[in-house]
Design a protein around this ligand. Structure first.
Ligand code: SAM
Length: 298
């Protein structure tokens, strides 16, 4: 009998859950859990461009390959630690980020002048990306309840040169319903079932999955309250479990005021079976497991 929590093996409850949900496709996920991924990064378009980053890193001996995400690089001969000692990192020209986690801000399709809430935002990678994709011309609010993570986020936003950003250290569930945003990113806290690596400490437990789902439902409901009519909300988790993804969205549809919007990406992604018009990425040699969906408030 395998251990349920806190070890470095996949807990039995998770293997069973994945088989129940995905049938034979569960094996792809379990194989993905043993993959060691290369470091990936986002060129910070607020300060530079992809070509300049590629050149600067190559001249320092880093071997870079283009990723499918148009502003991302895969570095095949270095660790995160190596890169975090480099000058482009120090200057905030790059942000170390998984390819999967670049997808939700991309799908948010933020535009100049829009008011945008990043609801559970630390350490701020996606806030920076949203800003960069608007050329720094959106008005951002980044909310985070954990003070240590909040401070880290402020540090990152400053180093990345993100303008027009208001940061708030509080529980997003207590934000005043008086606020209204054009767009909201809810990159929800989750069990991390998509980001497990065998051999490293595995923290997932049944309780964590259940508690995450309870919080995700509350946060999504709050996000919809804070969204303008016609506004767009991107929901994402680094979990591949229906309990934290489709089941959470179902509770939002019961409100009767939101609908799924088909996600359109100009590049291909590996996909797991998921509800139509949602994206679930399997963990593999390049991507972490991730779920994302776009909702419009009617
Ligand atoms: N979007 C971030 C990024 O890309 O850098 C990662 C966000 S992480 C998945 C979820 C974050 O939500 C954590 O930092 C956690 O502390 C925060 N969080 C959890 N519950 C929250 C709540 N009720 N209000 C605000 N933040 C919350």
């Amino acid at each position: 009998m395998k251990k349920e929590t806190g070890g470095n093996e996949i807990p039995a409850f998770l293997t069973e859950l994945l088989h129940r949900q995905y049938g034979s496709a569960a094996e792809n996920i379990l194989r993905g859990y043993v993959q060691k991924r290369p470091v990936t990064l986002r060129a910070n378009l607020l300060k530079t461009n992809l070509e300049s980053v590629e050149k600067a890193l190559s001249s320092l001996g880093f071997h870079c390959e283009r990723a499918a995400v148009p502003f991302a690089l895969i570095v095949t001969n270095a660790s995160e630690e190596d890169l975090s000692r480099s000058a482009p990192y120090e200057r905030g020209e790059i942000y170390l980020q998984s390819l999967s986690s670049m997808i939700p801000p991309f799908l948010l399709n933020a535009q100049e002048g829009e008011s945008i809430l990043d609801m559970t935002a630390a350490p701020g990678g996606k806030t920076c990306e949203i800003s960069a994709l608007t050329g720094g011309k959106a008005f951002l609010t980044a909310c985070e309840r954990d003070k240590i993570r909040f401070d880290r986020m402020n540090f990152n936003l400053k180093r990345q040169g993100v303008p027009h950003v208001n940061t708030i250290c509080r529980d997003a569930l207590t934000l005043d319903d008086f606020f209204r945003f054009d767009k909201i990113l809810l990159d929800a806290p989750c069990s991390g079932s998509g980001t497990i690596t065998v051999g490293e400490r595995i923290k997932i437990s049944e309780k964590l999955v259940q508690n995450s789902a309870i919080l995700q439902v509350k946060l999504l409901n709050k996000a919809l309250n804070l969204l303008k009519k016609g506004g767009i909300l991107v929901y994402s988790t680094c979990s591949v479990l229906q309990t934290e993804n489709e089941a959470v969205l179902q509770t939002a549809f019961k409100r009767g005021d939101c609908e799924l919007v088909p996600p359109e990406l100009p590049f291909d992604l590996p996909r797991l079976p998921s509800t139509p018009n949602t994206i679930c990425i399997p963990p593999n040699e390049l991507y972490e497991g991730f779920f994302t969906a776009i909702l419009r408030k009617k």
